[in-house]
Design a protein around this ligand. Structure first.
Ligand code: URA
Length: 516
């Protein structure tokens, strides 16, 4: 519960008009609204006597014309009954904060009206059929959906410049959500310099902070670029004609978004050729091995949506990852394979992705690569039960060949899409030392491509201060041709694991610089 405290009465100017106009700092100024609402409640100002002005369209044009520009916080109305500030739940604040970003001009009046009523009707919010309560829920839902769409449909274009690449996107949200949506992009693209332009607001990430500015015109955003081509071919490759459901597509990706989506240009052709491609897939269908579905629960209702309130402990992270639809790999995998090991392990080992057996067992490193890994750990003197073992990507990516499923390396996009789960595991376990097995794990954690043979074995500090060691992936060892090559590579893996184990006991190690 959050209390809306009554603020002490200030030296408030008296005004002649009964109607009070509240000027907010902008369309998304919920903090300003809360401050004003406290004062208005204290003064006993009824909802119909307030005009909320965001600098754009006020919530009531006629009242606005009559209202004197009288700030709130003046003397109470003669005879006004001051309200006791209602106690409000987090859920209400969450819904009100979202509804406040709706384009609907009467949104602030609605929220104030609910606060006003709650003073007399403490159980108001539990009356789901109440028109005000329903309206608040509808507005909040629309805004949250708009934020979700923005996260999904912003497409950055690469703009090379003298100081490196910048990434610029043009987007047209339905509501006043730029500030609310920005933290997601900061988290996802922390290492890039990016700008999102919208008609009302712009957001610019400098690498250290987000700056918000006025809106822009679409012509300020660059036209297509090579990244877009890449994205188009990716979209074409993941488009599954057999699952084509144009109604669902329209619902998920409404037409109004199409004009700014590079992949939209493909949709017409992909849809037109879907029946023929489906027929071809049916012909080829027997080559897919039967999936042994385990106890995978159905996806969460808002699966794939970024969380405002991410799970913090390992079982909750694993449960949430099971509903992830942030990339297409879940579709053919048997199940999500989360990490395993002690929740307080000081050593975390990150592989690439589950293999065939891991996909069936639902546990990391239990197949042939896992056996090499176990042997190497044992030779390095580290019990597997002391390490938390996980993967950069939590679903098995493969290509069917006859009855076999052939491992396919995850793309940079798939690694990136899975990164939030790895980051949550890292935050939950909080290891002192992290071993990155192979190029995919190194790419996930370091955010760049890594030449493992050149960079392995040298400890360095990760951005969060932990120790990192890059090591050869056990599957690579299995693929080597000669016994001599295998022996040498296995010896290097053991040495790198020993190095990592040594860091666990090092009190004040030197500061080797991170790999460039
Ligand atoms: N290879 C990996 O990277 N991880 C596994 O879990 C199995 C094989």
């Amino acid at each position: 519960m959050d209390q809306l405290p009554l603020l002490p009465a200030g030296a408030a100017p008296a005004g002649a008009s009964r109607v009070r106009r509240v000027r907010l700092a902008g369309d998304a100024d919920f903090a300003g609204f809360r401050d004003a609402a406290r004062l208005l409640l204290r003064d006993g100002v009824a909802p119909q006597d307030v005009v909320w002005d965001t600098g754009g369209r006020p919530d009531d044009l006629f009242a606005a014309a009559e209202a004197a520009p009288s700030p709130v916080g003046r003397e109470p109305e003669p005879g006004a009954a001051p309200r006791t500030a209602p106690r409000v739940t987090r859920a209400f604040l969450d819904a009100a904060g979202a509804a406040a970003l709706h384009r609907e001009p009467g949104r602030f009046r609605l929220i104030y009206q609910l606060l006003w009523r709650m003073a007399d009707e403490p159980r108001l919010l539990s009356v789901a059929s109440d028109p005000d309560v329903m309206r608040l829920a509808d507005l909040a839902k629309a805004v949250k959906r708009d934020i979700h769409k923005m996260h999904a449909f912003v497409r950055f274009r690469d703009v090379p410049g003298p100081d490196g690449d910048a990434f610029v996107a043009w987007y047209e949200p339905d509501h006043h959500i730029v500030e609310a949506a920005a933290p997601f992009f900061v988290k996802r693209f922390a290492s890039l310099r990016w700008t999102i332009l919208t008609p009302e607001r712009s957001a610019h990430w400098t690498g250290a902070e987000v700056l918000f500015g006025p809106g822009a015109a679409q012509r300020d955003a660059p036209e297509g670029d090579p990244l877009e081509e890449l994205w188009r071919s990716y979209y074409a490759s993941i488009f599954n004609p057999a699952r084509l459901n144009t109604d669902a597509m329209r619902a998920e990706m409404p037409k109004r978004f199409w004009k700014n989506l590079p992949e939209a240009a493909l949709i017409h052709d992909l849809v037109a050729t879907a029946p023929a491609r489906t027929a071809a897939m049916i012909e080829a269908a027997p080559t897919w091995p039967v999936q042994r579905r385990g106890a995978e629960p159905p996806p969460a209702p808002d699966a794939g949506a970024p969380d405002d309130d991410p799970p913090a402990d390992l079982p909750a992270i694993a449960a949430a990852a099971r509903g992830c639809r942030a990339c297409p790999l879940w579709e053919h995998a048997t199940q999500t394979v989360p990490g395993e090991g002690p929740a307080d392990a000081r050593l975390m080992v990150i592989g690439e992705q589950p293999g065939d057996l891991e996909d069936i067992a639902g546990r990391p490193f239990v197949g042939p690569a896992g056996q090499v890994f176990d042997r190497a750990l044992a030779e390095a003197g580290v019990g597997r039960d002391r390490a938390y073992v996980t993967n950069a990507v939590k679903h098995f990516k493969f290509e069917p060949r006859g009855k076999r499923r052939i491992h396919k390396r995850p793309s940079a996009g798939e690694i990136h899409a899975c990164l939030p789960w790895l980051e949550r595991e890292l935050a939950a376990v909080d290891p002192a030392v992290v071993v990155l097995l192979g190029a995919s794990a190194a790419q996930a954690v370091l955010g760049r491509s890594v030449a493992v043979t050149r960079e392995r074995g040298r400890p360095f500090r990760l951005a969060d201060g932990r120790w990192g060691v890059i090591a050869t992936h056990p599957s690579y060892i299995l693929r080597l041709q000669t016994e001599d090559e295998k022996r040498a590579a296995f010896g290097a893996l053991v040495a790198d694991l020993r190095t990592a184990a040594g860091l666990l006991t090092q009190d004040a190690p030197g500061e080797p610089s991170p790999p460039a």
